[in-house]
Design a protein around this ligand. Structure first.
Ligand code: THU
Length: 132
């Protein structure tokens, strides 16, 4: 699995997005610790806060398919533009990632920017706080 394949998986998921309210379709694709790919799309609701982001549905797919750790996650929104994960999704990626988890975001020239989740969510709240 390479980044091109991950991109295709995210695009396929994006086409399935249910986004009648925002009209903003998002797809996300994950490679887990076993090299398995899991994807998700945003699923909105007439009760707006109940909508689910693409990253969150991809994580749910990973968990239900037996994966546990995000190695790479690639997110696509509007074609050719970066779709950075929202704050809640950064926390979700952090929870199911590790220190090497890479977030790939489309950039304008058709390539991808790669960022570590620790850089996207510095000083994150994690399970260690609960044990204090
Ligand atoms: N959205 C995502 O799926 N992921 C993000 O990280 C940012 C936003 C979705 C939520 C909503 O369905 C639409 O994009 C517009 O905010």
């Amino acid at each position: 699995m390479n980044i091109d394949d991950l991109y295709q998986a995210a695009l396929t998921a994006k086409e399935k997005a249910y986004a009648p309210y925002s009209k903003f379709k998002v797809g996300a694709a994950i490679i887990d610790e076993n090299g398995q790919v899991h994807s998700g799309c945003n699923v909105e609701n007439a009760a707006y806060p109940l909508g689910c982001c693409a990253e969150q549905s991809a994580v749910s797919q990973m968990i239900i398919n037996g994966g546990s750790t995000i190695q790479h996650i690639l997110i696509v929104g509007k074609s050719g533009e970066s779709c950075p994960p929202c704050g809640a999704c950064r926390q979700i990626i952090f929870e199911h990632g590790n220190k090497n988890t890479q977030v790939h975001l489309e950039s304008q020239n058709g390539s991808f920017d790669q960022k570590n989740i620790f850089d996207l969510l510095p000083e994150a709240f994690d399970h260690l706080q609960l044990d204090k």
